[in-house]
Design a protein around this ligand. Structure first.
Ligand code: PMP
Length: 457
């Protein structure tokens, strides 16, 4: 039986009857009914009502190569026939994770050479948290276990990943986070800079918040600082150029490990394989997922730097951690071929040299002057549009988030899938977007803003 035998209404009814969705107000959903996405090709998704929608979010920031690469279906089917599953516990492994780990190490920054697999970004961050704490125990400094993170960070939805993250609503529901995680301000110039403060000054102030937290806790108690190079789900917050070099200096000064969460920025989104490369950051761990398989299979890779790996290997002792699906052979086969496709098709070079700048300049040209737009910012294939009520005062619509939600609804009505995060609109398109797709997106975003302005005024 396939879903084609069911009408939209039947599927919506069953969905409402049995399916609890992630990050959803179920009362609201059941009133509205789900949009049922049935198939996709290249940069477009299609729903059960026959709408063709340009997917400016690459699914959930993950479908980097776009939809419909049959090659990945073939590779998955071949691997399933050959060996659908075996684990990498108990001194075993299977071939595809070995090949994929080697490939990731060859693409990652020079000091990053080991990989621990999971199925999601959240799992990979759980691994990262446990690994850095274990590292300091092995180093004979078990008291060094506090992790500094940032407000508004998103590191996933498991208990540890929620605790690492800085989303206050999630913390409230968690009602008891993993201990010894502290949060400091994030480098959000548009929203947090003081009157007259330059970007450079603000970046240094935001970095100093990390230093202050380390000093306050006592450096001898601080294991690591974790951050997304560009905060993604928190609103595509791109730090000023002064931020990361200062963070690097602070981490080195106090011997605090630097954990990067590149679940969104990894595998090409910023115009290099990793934002660590495009933003020149030397990390001790890099969390990756999403673009690793372009979302065709669930897979994450925690990339571990030489310093941590050396201690783990040389000191020995079991690291009591792992998942049934760590190093899943089918997911790893798909991941490997996905990276080969990204490389073969020159997707990252195109974002870096051509389409990344074109995307930002086209969106800016189309809507920069619009009365609802406070700022357009971007790096590579990540874009944020601040939705304001008044450009000069940067005031927002009431209730909080209403402006961006109106734009989001009009965007979807204009057949472009975008996301609203608070009062910010987000784009994170597949790396395959051409100039034609970008022109189409700019037109549709402009139309969405016109519709939203009519609603909001
Ligand atoms: N880290 C970041 C930066 C993310 O954006 C996400 C997901 N949006 C995660 C971690 C969690 O990944 P997952 O949903 O695969 O658990």
């Amino acid at each position: 039986m396939t879903f084609q035998n069911f009408s939209t209404e039947q599927l919506q009814k069953m969905d409402a009857g049995h399916h609890l969705h992630p990050f959803t107000d179920h009362k609201e959903l059941r009133d509205a009914g789900s949009r049922i996405v049935t198939h996709a090709k290249g940069p477009f998704i299609y729903d059960s009502e026959g709408n063709e929608i340009l997917d400016a979010m690459a699914g959930l920031w993950c479908v980097n190569i776009g939809y419909g690469y049959d090659e990945l279906a073939d590779v998955a089917a071949e691997q399933m026939r050959e060996l659908p599953y075996y684990n990498s516990f108990f001194k075993c492994t299977t071939p595809t994770p070995v090949l994929l780990a080697e490939k990731i190490a060859s693409l990652a920054p020079d000091n990053m050479n080991q990989v621990f697999f999971g199925s999601s970004g959240s799992e990979a961050n759980d691994t990262a948290l446990r690994l850095v704490r274990h590292f300091w125990v092995l180093e004979g400094k078990p008291e060094k276990n506090i992790i500094i993170s940032r407000d508004n960070a998103y590191h996933g939805s498991t208990v540890a990943a929620t605790s690492l993250g800085g989303m206050s609503a999630m913390h409230e529901q968690l009602n008891g986070a993993v201990p010894n995680i502290k949060h400091v301000m994030c480098p959000y110039y548009y929203g947090l800079a003081e009157e007259g403060e330059t970007e450079e000054e603000f970046g240094l102030r935001a970095a100093k918040a990390v230093e202050d937290a380390i000093v306050e806790a006592g450096p001898e108690n601080v294991a690591a600082f974790i951050a997304e190079p560009i905060q993604g789900a928190g609103g595509v917050k791109i730090p000023p150029a002064s931020y990361w070099p200062e963070i690097q200096r602070i981490c080195e000064k106090y011997d605090v490990l630097l954990m990067l969460d590149e679940v969104i920025t990894g595998y090409g989104r910023t115009g290099e394989w990793f934002a660590a490369q495009s933003m020149n950051i030397k990390a001790d761990t890099i969390t990756t997922a999403k673009g690793l398989t372009s979302g065709y299979m669930p897979l994450s890779a925690l990339i571990v730097g030489d310093r941590v790996a050396k201690t783990l290997v040389e000191k020995g002792g079991e690291f009591y951690h792992g998942y049934t699906y760590s190093a899943h052979p089918v997911a790893c086969a798909v991941g490997l071929r996905n990276l080969e496709i990204i490389e073969r098709e020159g997707m990252i070079d195109r974002v870096r040299n051509e389409t990344g700048d074109y995307l930002l300049s086209s969106i800016e040209a189309a809507i920069g002057d619009h009365p609802l737009v406070g700022e357009v910012r971007g790096k590579g294939f990540l874009i944020a549009i601040e939705i304001v009520k008044d450009k000069a005062s940067k005031s927002r619509h009431e209730p909080s988030g209403a402006g961006a939600t109106a734009v989001r609804d009009h965007a979807i009505a204009n057949n472009i899938m975008m996301r609203a995060v608070g009062d910010t609109m987000i784009m994170s398109p597949p790396l395959i977007w051409t100039r034609e797709h970008i022109d189409m997106a700019a037109e549709r975003v402009k139309a969405a803003l016109a519709g939203a302005l009519a609603d909001l005024s």
